[in-house]
Design a protein around this ligand. Structure first.
Ligand SMILES: [Zn+2]
Length: 619
């Protein structure tokens, strides 16, 4: 890959006497199998090797040990028998024979074809691969990850290029020798590699450089427009203005564009693993649908990696994480991601308001608000990331993202109003997430620290503010930020541009606020609103609409039938296939189409527009 970030090599030359040697052969990426060979310094006697279980940023026990195959351990050329722990599936016990000073460990890791899941989902195609080191290591139990040094070597398929934040010692053809690094840095520094590859420099802040590495399933996929590149350059400068310092040596966005790998973003101190569809840089609807992805993952370098809830810090990837503060870790990040997407030009101000309307409406209509407080969605994160879409509003999902946006908007507006415009959440970001910077480090926090940090910016009863919004069961979404920011949520029969983009992106039509269902373009019902008209008429999620008022289903036919209920119709007959049986459901509904928007409230100043304006003035 590029030699452009070799400047970071000077700082930390090898010290690795007792390093664990790791050879990863990724030349089998097109066949989705990777060969791992480790040489681990040991003492004779019993020892336990661990495979990473709790993956940072995924907030759950998601390490794909099920796909580790072919494990073989030797010492001095002799086989060493291993036995898996009977309750911890990630632990392997061995006895090192006398006279051995190291063991050789070999295994293969299969990368699944299934695009569900995060980094343990599909990560390789014939054209590209994203390599997360947690899938390619076993390490001795007993030492924290930052005290285990790894010396990694990587072989990629011939002529593939690559990008990573992991400092490089040297490279030749398709082989890269990395500098020795602690296990936590290794696992925090994934590599993307591919046949169709492009690295774009996004600018420096002092001597800190930023790179955007694009790996796609085709040359067309990585053809990023100059306008879009400009927006991401703005992201670098706007985060500098927001936080005031940076906690990394250089930053690398690993942006993967493929319909055949898992779609998600995963944060790291010095990089992010961001995966979207193959046309995400080309189709306007996909550009909008993914507008907040890179801003969100980038913000995590400050909020999530540098500042982290104490309960989410795991010294060796084997300790269960406590995720009750994810409404700060993910919620504040989600808010800042939306705000930054607007400040840098990926969203318009109208998009920003439409986004707030879309998430506000969805959260406000959830039947699950009557039984489950927001805080419980954070505590149960390790379950809810895998929750299905059926009856999702009744269950509630990982709501601390979107509801976090509303809560932190509320906090921002509260600070601005109480301080008469003198202070804002920007000041909290700078004081809580800033500091000297220049290298990755982690500074844990508790809820009391968050409250103290806010009080230092603007005195207020923040404990009560968060208790009512997080701990209590609240039947309505927190609209204080929108309403005290000069806007209100309304519904009308017109879809916003952003709503249409989301529908195009999901290949679905969302009628949740009229007849109470979301349906794919082929008639498959994604979900029904619990207590909505469709659910009351007996329709179940995961069934299929075959006909609307006796006419074959299309989205347009259903949309027009709903539109007629604004004037002269008071019901719609839907022929639905549920399993192998067909039945007609008489959906009683009046009022036409309904979609959420924000409407200006002239009695209050417009703070929303001010919040989303760039901090750096363009000439
Ligand atoms: Zn996140």
């Amino acid at each position: 890959m590029k030699k452009t970030f070799l400047f970071i090599l000077v700082a930390c030359i090898s010290f690795a006497q007792d390093a664990i040697r790791l050879n990863l052969d990724a030349s089998g990426a097109p066949q989705r199998i990777f060969h791992v060979h480790l040489t681990i310094p040991v003492q004779p006697g019993p020892m336990t090797l661990l495979y990473p279980e709790w993956i940072p940023g995924e907030h759950g026990p998601t390490g794909p040990v099920i796909d580790m195959v072919g494990l073989k351990i030797t010492a001095n050329g002799q086989t060493v028998e291993w036995i898996r722990d009977s309750t911890n599936m990630y632990a392997f016990h061995i006895t090192v024979p006398s006279g051995a000073s190291s063991i050789e460990v070999a295994f293969d890791q299969i990368s699944p074809p299934d695009t569900a899941g995060f980094s343990s989902g599909a990560s390789a195609t014939t054209e590209l691969a994203v390599l997360n080191w947690n899938q390619f290591v076993l390490y001795p139990q007993g030492k924290p990850a930052n005290q285990l040094t790894f010396q990694a070597n990587l072989k990629v398929p011939e002529s593939w290029r690559y990008g990573t934040a992991l400092p490089i010692e040297r490279e030749s053809a398709n082989e890269i020798e990395f500098q020795p690094a602690p296990l936590n840095t290794l696992i925090d520094s994934p590599v993307s590699t591919g046949k169709h590859y492009r690295t774009i420099e996004l600018g420096r802040d002092g001597n800190i450089a930023h790179y955007l590495h694009l790996a796609g399933d085709s040359d067309r996929a990585i053809d990023m427009s100059p306008a879009l590149i400009e927006d991401y350059k703005n992201l670098v400068s706007e985060t500098g203005a927001l936080f005031g310092s940076r906690h990394y040596r250089s930053y690398h966005f690993l942006y993967t564009l493929s319909d055949h790998v898992a779609s998600f973003g995963l944060e790291h101190h010095e990089s992010s693993d961001d995966r979207v569809g193959e046309r995400a840089l080309l189709d306007e609807s996909e550009i909008k649908a993914n507008a907040d992805l890179l801003p969100h993952e980038f913000v995590h370098s400050w909020n999530g990696k540098f500042r982290r809830p104490a309960g989410l810090i795991d010294p060796d990837y084997s300790q269960p994480m406590k995720s009750d503060l994810l409404w700060v870790y993910e919620g504040l990040t989600q808010y800042l991601g939306e705000v930054l997407a607007t400040r840098i030009g990926l969203y318009t101000q109208q998009d920003f308001r439409d986004e707030l309307a879309i998430i506000g409406a969805a959260l406000d209509r959830e039947a699950g608000r009557k039984w489950r407080p927001l805080g419980d969605t954070a505590v149960a994160a390790q379950l809810l990331y895998n929750a299905r879409e059926d009856y999702s509003g009744y269950r509630r999902g990982v709501d601390y993202y979107d509801e976090g946006t509303l809560i932190w908007l509320d906090a921002d507006v509260t600070i601005r109003n109480l301080s008469h415009g003198e202070k804002s959440l920007n000041d909290f970001c700078r004081s809580f997430e800033g500091g000297p910077g220049g290298k990755p480090e982690t500074k844990p926090y508790t809820l009391a620290d968050v409250i103290a940090g806010l009080n230092a910016v603007q005195p207020y009863d923040w404990a009560e503010f968060f208790r009512t919004r997080v701990t209590d069961v609240e039947p309505h979404a927190p609209f204080g930020g929108i309403e005290n920011g000069g806007w209100k949520l309304v519904y009308d029969s017109t879809r916003s541009a952003l709503w249409r983009d989301f529908e195009d992106d999901r290949r679905a039509a969302n009628f949740m606020y009229s007849i109470g269902l979301e349906v794919k373009d082929d008639g498959a019902i994604v979900d029904v609103a619990y207590g909505g008209a469709a659910q009351k008429a007996g329709i179940a999620p995961d069934s299929r609409i075959m006909a609307v008022n006796n006419r074959q289903f299309t989205t347009a036919v259903l949309r027009e039938a709903i539109e007629r209920t604004a004037k002269d119709a008071d019901s719609i007959d839907l022929l639905v296939k549920n399993g192998e049986y067909y039945s007609v459901h008489h959906v009683e509904y009046r009022g036409g189409e309904k979609y959420p928007h924000l409407e200006r409230d002239d009695s209050k100043p417009d703070l929303l527009t001010k919040i989303a304006e760039p901090l750096i003035r363009k000439m």
